[in-house]
Design a protein around this ligand. Structure first.
Ligand SMILES: [Zn+2]
Length: 233
């Protein structure tokens, strides 16, 4: 993860704002020549929403041409980070129609904020300067479906899956009725929403950045049939 010259080991928890500023200075040469450094967190979210509209309508504009690679090789200054599910149908760069270098994407089944995901996001925010974190659920999520089905017996799942699914069961499915209409969709939305709470509880670095107004957290669900990404409150 050799991106940027701000040494991660010197990142004190009370120095988020300072490090963000330092990251902006250090990386202000090539990568931050983009407009990302000028945008507010709300601007970044609006840009993703607009990109998703283009994706839904088939009017995508991000082509990742060869000429862009030299700039990307010199550095990165992604405007947003995304926690996505481990699913072949969920690709934030495509769904939000953004070029390589603009999104700092972390993935795990069920898009849950594990310790490793949070650590990655802390780097993305405090060193690379991401202004938005999107917890990105999706319709027909197998991980959430498994959590719903095995809400009372996750140990019946094979391999290491119980440890993962347990993180979805509480609080989103343990008391749910899997046969109720819309139960899976409700659990998927719940799981995305809970991701925000998990980030705030799990990281002083991220919660301080939110408090300082330099970072926004958002959660939503991608509909696999329409492609539309809908924010959940
Ligand atoms: Zn999934």
């Amino acid at each position: 993860m050799a991106c940027g010259r701000v040494s991660w080991k010197y990142l004190g928890r009370k120095k988020v704002a300072g490090v963000l500023a330092a990251a902006g200075i250090v990386m202000g040469g090539v990568a931050l020549a983009s407009t990302a450094s000028q945008m507010t967190p709300d601007d970044v979210l609006a840009k993703l929403v607009a990109g998703n509209k283009r994706y839904v309508e088939g009017g995508m504009t991000s082509h990742n041409l060869p000429a862009a690679r030299a700039g990307l090789a010199a550095g990165q200054a992604p405007m947003a980070a995304v926690i996505r599910c481990a699913d072949s149908r969920v690709a934030p760069e495509i769904v939000f129609d953004q070029p390589l270098g603009d999104l700092f994407v972390c993935g795990v089944a069920g898009n849950i904020p594990t310790t490793e995901i949070i650590a990655s996001l802390e780097f993305g925010v405090a060193v690379l300067g991401c202004k938005l974190i999107v917890v990105m659920g999706h319709s027909a999520c197998g991980a959430v479906d498994a959590a719903l089905e095995h809400r009372h017996d996750t140990n019946a799942l094979p391999g290491n899956l119980p440890a993962l699914v347990d993180q979805i069961v509480i609080p989103c499915t343990v008391n749910a009725d899997p046969n109720a209409p819309g139960a899976l969709d409700a659990a998927i939305a719940c799981n995305a929403r809970e991701g925000i709470g998990g980030l705030l509880r799990g990281s002083k670095i991220l919660s301080d950045a939110v408090e300082a107004g330099t970072l926004k957290l958002a959660a939503g669900v991608q509909d696999l049939k329409t492609g539309r990404f809908t924010l959940v409150e």
